[in-house]
Design a protein around this ligand. Structure first.
Ligand code: MRU
Length: 390
């Protein structure tokens, strides 16, 4: 999507340097647009953990590039090991020795990346996809396979999000027709925009598609405490694309729904069980309850990389990340031209910081996937992905 009229993705390989991955450091948005170089697996793990990159699709794609950097590092390390072991490993066994050592190193790097953030399943999915892809190749082609797979994962993420827009826009068009062309009011929570993926976003993709088609849309943007992904990121990217929007305090949604100011809710997801329970940024569940009470359709937009095909009961099984209390105690903003953190609570108050919650499938009107819109149920999801039927 566009930043000041220039097209960006959220992650890419540096031009002319295949050993450097570049990202936008999202901690500074909307006030500063900073591009950062990632050169090692450690850089990647830190970028994910510190939320320089964030959002389910993007952390998956970043982990995929992390595995590519890990492959480069493993080869260097192996070269050194081989020099030491030159006499110990017979020449004819070099290839299989290197291959199995390499696979162990990749598995270890993958474990480090997966541990950075527990809730979004995309991380684990991307790491496993890399490990599987490299397993099938000879030692010589492991690096090129890792690079090809990282690019594939990123391109697929962008393409799937684009398709989500194509399917989801029909919902907005129907509402617009019913309202005789008056603005369609969409409420979203957190940032499931292009900044949370490689491009387009999941929840925002139907909105961008509608806006591009000339459908009048207006977005209520939940600020999304404590990290304010809505106020900082969703508002910024909608603004960059010229989409009318209004930032609201998280608690305002219910009131707006009661007064018919919300036509539809669309949110993203970090992990969705194959039965349709949806895990998303903390506070989503409360909005889903309010939407149900007010008869407002509640849709979740997600690419299939976010579906956990092993988990049945989202509330009981999905691991919920608990982040540092400073995110609740402090708030970040621009002051005198500098980004500052200010203390919000009494210094000695204790705080907790659960990052996600689970909305049970019964509260979800439908799921917008890259293949189409389905019911939030095992049957609905499997009808979209019949190859997953056991
Ligand atoms: O903690 P974050 O910022 O990585 O949160 C994840 C999210 O962006 C949201 O939960 C989002 O709505 C779904 S992920 C595309």
């Amino acid at each position: 999507m566009n930043v000041d009229g220039t097209h960006y993705r959220t992650i890419w390989l540096k031009e002319g340097d295949e050993r450097t991955v570049q990202i936008i450091d999202q901690r500074n948005l909307p006030h500063e647009f900073i591009i950062e170089d990632l050169k090692t697996t450690k850089d990647v793990a830190r970028a994910i953990k510190e939320m320089r990159v964030r959002g389910a699709g993007l952390i998956g794609a970043t982990a995929a590039y992390g595995m590519y950097l890990a492959a480069l590092e493993s080869r260097e390390e192996l070269r050194w090991l081989i020099k030491q072991k030159d006499s110990a490993v017979p020449k004819e066994q070099f290839d299989s020795y290197c291959s199995s050592e390499f696979d162990i190193m990749m598995k270890n790097a993958g474990d480090v990346l997966i541990r950075t953030r527990p809730t979004a399943v995309n991380l684990e999915w991307a790491v496993n996809r890399q490990i599987e892809a490299m397993k099938g190749t000879g030692y010589d082609s492991k690096i090129s396979t890792a690079l090809k797979t990282a690019i594939e994962i990123a391109d697929e993420d962008a393409e799937y999000c684009r398709s989500i827009g194509e399917h989801g826009v029909n919902l907005l068009e129907d509402i617009s027709n019913r309202k005789g062309g008056k603005p369609v009011n969409i409420l979203t929570h957190c940032n499931a925009g292009w900044l949370a993926f490689v491009d387009y976003g999941s929840a925002t993709s139907p909105i961008y598609a509608a806006h591009n088609q000339g459908i009048d849309v207006h977005v209520w943007v939940d600020e999304t405490r404590p990290s304010n992904q809505g106020a900082r990121l969703t508002a910024w990217e909608l603004g960059q694309h010229g989409v009318p929007h209004t930032v609201i305090a998280d608690n305002a949604g219910g009131h707006l729904m009661q007064h018919e100011e919300v036509d539809i809710m669309i949110v993203g997801s970090d992990r969705t069980t194959y039965t349709g329970d949806v895990c998303n940024k903390i506070g989503t569940y409360l909005k889903a309850v309010a939407a149900k009470d007010n008869n407002i359709p509640f849709y979740v937009a997600l690419p299939s990389s976010t579906i956990d095909w092993k988990m049945r009961d989202g509330v009981k099984e999905i691991p919920i990340e608990e982040r540092g209390g400073e995110e609740v105690k402090y708030i970040q903003g621009l002051h005198d031209g500098n980004i500052k953190q200010v203390l919000l609570t009494p210094e000695t108050s204790s705080v907790t910081n659960y990052s996600f919650d689970v909305t049970p499938s019964r509260l979800v009107t439908g799921i917008i996937t890259e293949r189409g819109i389905c019911e939030a149920s095992e049957d609905g999801i499997l009808s979209m992905y019949p190859e997953r039927r056991k």
